[in-house]
Ligand binder design. Sequence first.
Ligand SMILES: Cc1cc2nc3c(=O)[nH]c(=O)nc-3n(C[C@H](O)[C@H](O)[C@H](O)COP(=O)(O)O)c2cc1C
Ligand code: SF4
Length: 486
Amino acid sequence: MTPKAIVRVGTLRTVDALRAHLKNLGLRIPCDEELLTGAQSPLRAPLISGPFKIGNRIAVQPMEGWDGTPDGAPSENTFRRWRRFGRSGGKLVWGGEAVAVCHDGRANPNQLLASPINKAKLGELREVLIQEHVQTTGSDDGLLIGLQLTHSGRYCRPNEHGRPEPRILYHHPLLDRRLNLPSDYPLLTDGEIGSIIEDFHRSALMAWQLGFDFVDIKHCHGYLGHEFLSAHTRPGRYGGSFENRTKFLREVVEGIRSIAGGLQIGVRLSAIDTVPFRSDPNHEGGKSSPGVAEMYTNLLPYSWGFGVNPQDPRDSDLSEPTRFLSLLEELGIQLVNITAGSPYYNPHLQRPALYPPSDGYLPPEDPLCGVARQMEATRELKRRFPQLLIVGSAYTYLQDFLPHVAQAALREEWVDFVGLGRMVLSYPEILWHASEGSGIERKRICRTFSDCTTGPRNGLPSGCYPLDDYYKDSAWAAKLIEVKQR
Ligand SMILES: Cc1cc2nc3c(=O)[nH]c(=O)nc-3n(C[C@H](O)[C@H](O)[C@H](O)COP(=O)(O)O)c2cc1C
Ligand code: SF4
């Protein structure tokens, strides 16, 4: 589909118009007409459950900036972003951003790194966030802050932006090709996995000592934790059966519990997926070609996915994700953040957008379908696991209607927390303003231009280039224009 063929959400002036549009598309997304404020607003309702007392239902999703120092310490840009996370008023800060547990596991040479030399600076990130949060909300009561721990697995680029150094668990017939991996490219050994698990333990202990309330053991977006879940074809202790594919999680959790007993644990999970997409090779438009599924019909039953139907892997299947959430319950993990797919191989599923990033493809569907898909999967999982505290993702494409949908989704108990991803880069306070009744600043609403993804794909820091003056007027913006004109 071309962006022109898609009805722009910003042109729909009323909730009724959105509802009519959703009906035309055959989608069910709840949307409230009137925004409630103050204590009446579902967005402002505290949530008390088990050891958690979280002051409202606004969550800040992890949003990486590709802007740490080569050593993996935060830069001034990183501090600025974390201050803005605090300014959102959200009482649940899900991990801040992906922080690598070891140098080789970094997704880019500027990713933050949980190493002893960076310890104090990582702690300062938390402190500046709290200071700013108190400015917005008046207090840090009920504020829960996590640190997202990651190893980038297949998507490691620790040393040079343009040099992938994949660390893979198994050979994937479609994804190996994208990275030109030969059939004898080495797999991570069980011994190497053991040492990565220890890196998670060490990093979690550091997070606990720094005062973070929880760590997220990242299991999403095609990175290592997520790849374990689809390691059906891997031999040995970490592959094959569901038990083996979740051993990594269990060993990470066990170690953390033994050394940092008071630290809570969360998991961000790509609960649904589809096959890898790419721009249509039969179309001449390059990134202006619509996305199509890679050929998979010769690969059935499909054994390289998690949360997909093996007979038709374009479709999701919640059976294993349901088993995974049962396992989280057994492990005493209550904090769960539901997301989908991967920004590398099916970005339309993961972050629905009108405009593709520079290495992407035009939306194969109305992006509202992507929003509805994640919301529906999250709703179903919440229904099956009422005791879990569940954060929902991919609300940004709703734009002007984000507050209306967020309020309705909370009111109808589709989800416990509404997570802000891209919107937190352009307009962090949107839900705080909506639930305060102070009016929405339309000109700050993210329109999903994808520059915050195009930037990093081309070695530049991420940020909201079109709407945030800090980036709009920077030297990086000039470079980004150059890149986009190529
Ligand atoms: C620039 C950028 C950086 C991101 N960084 C992370 C990250 O570090 N960890 C993570 O789990 N997700 C990351 N995401 C995914 C978001 O958290 C979120 O799931 C996605 O953007 C969809 O939500 P949205 O529609 O609110 O943007 C990132 C997304 C973008 C656009
Ligand atoms: S660059 Fe700004 S407007 Fe574009 S998708 Fe990112 S946050 Fe939204």
